[in-house]
Design a protein around this ligand. Sequence first.
Ligand SMILES: [Zn+2]
Length: 148
Amino acid sequence: MSIDLLHPAGSSQHKTIFVPETQSSGPWQISLKFSFSFGPMTGTATLEGTSIGKQISGSTKFCLEGSGKTLPPLPTDFEGSIQDNETKIDLWINEPLLKHTHFICCGQAVIRKERFEGNWDMPCLDPKDCACDGASGTFELRRLGQES
Ligand SMILES: [Zn+2]
């Protein structure tokens, strides 16, 4: 029997559950590519948190830079799974403009258990007044190496 962190029972996202077999995973680095009107930017975050089997969750900082700009790191929560051959990570960035939505990153292994590539999707930020299809781009996830 496994515990599905992505679909916890009840409505609370941050329920405390007793889990006997937790272990550290990674750390991993996730990089999302963005193309803005002024040019490209890359958002990176280190994912290091509690893992249960192939599931991982925790808090990190999202650092957005490129095209001559560097934004202050944004506090971000993440949750998802890193399988041998595929990954799905959700990022919730705690910033006023972005806090109503999240990034959904789905990728396939380029190097099994080590490196993944795929696409991120984000629903429209303002479904009431904008109603576009949201945004999307590419991302990669790579293992930063085992802690010694
Ligand atoms: Zn929109």
